[in-house]
Write a protein that binds this ligand. Structure first.
Ligand SMILES: Nc1ncnc2c1ncn2[C@@H]1O[C@H](COP(=O)(O)OP(=O)(O)OP(=O)(O)O)[C@@H](O)[C@H]1O
Length: 222
């Protein structure tokens, strides 16, 4: 489903080169939970940003289901991302002026879907993540675990094939973090969505089908 060929990313800062990704070659299966572990500064976020088309690699090719993103224009990649990918962040990145259900509906409205359909879909997902009682509340009143459930519902609303999660348990206590990972596992099993989780947290591996280790820009399967 994801194929990466000879991928490198070199940042140049004050005439010094940083090789954030160093000739990565990998194929990742569809429908799995994949975790990418590695120390701080090893290149995990750079890898996620390149594969999701947010950043451009210096060298190499990336295919998502045979669609090469590395030879497309910025607009084409943005459209592909909006239709095929969801995102979960460490600090949730919810929009504070929108309530819970409005946050969940937003990516579907951005994709020019009908309001009524977005409303139905958002309700269904909020029930699935256990937030049926919180649909109309202000997001600032949510606990960390609840906020992450909202962001998971938001990530899934366009029925993406892939959800990228950057430290999804990083801001949560151990128990809440485990509940979020259980929810991700459940959604992976019931909907077949692939989750690719970038993390420092070794307990994520317990929920993963495949584990990779990033070290100094090189990726190894465990
Ligand atoms: N925009 C940038 N400009 C210059 N160097 C960068 C830039 N972004 C990242 N780097 C460097 O590239 C390397 C990889 O960074 P990256 O953020 O991908 O690591 P990471 O594994 O995600 O780290 P963390 O776990 O701390 O988030 C680091 O040496 C970092 O300093």
């Amino acid at each position: 489903m994801i194929k990466v060929e000879d991928l490198s990313k070199i940042y140049t800062e004050r005439a010094k080169e940083v090789r954030a990704l160093d000739n990565v070659n990998v194929e990742m299966n569809e429908g799995e939970i994949i975790s990418i572990l590695g120390p701080s500064g090893s290149g995990k976020s750079t890898f996620l940003n390149c594969l999701s088309g947010i950043d451009r690699p210096t060298h190499g090719k990336i295919f998502i289901d045979d669609y090469e993103i590395t030879n497309k224009s910025d607009n084409e990649v943005t459209e592909f991302r909006a239709k095929n990918m969801g995102f979960i962040f460490q600090f949730f990145n919810l929009i504070p002026v929108l309530n819970v259900i409005e946050n969940v509906k937003l990516p579907m409205l951005i994709n020019e879907q009908k309001e009524k359909l977005a409303e139905e879909k958002a309700k269904e997902l909020l029930i699935k993540v256990g937030l049926e009682d919180k649909m109309n509340v202000d997001v600032s009143t949510l606990s960390g675990g609840e906020a992450q459930r909202v962001s998971i519902a938001r990530a899934l609303i366009n029925e993406p094939k892939i959800v990228w999660a950057d430290e999804p348990t990083g801001a949560l206590d151990k128990k809440t973090g485990n509940e979020i990972l259980e929810l991700i596992k459940n959604l992976n099993e019931t909907k077949g969505t692939s989750f690719i989780i970038v993390t420092h947290d070794p307990k994520v591996t317990k929920f993963s089908n495949s584990i990779y280790l990033m070290e100094s820009g090189k990726l190894r399967k465990q």
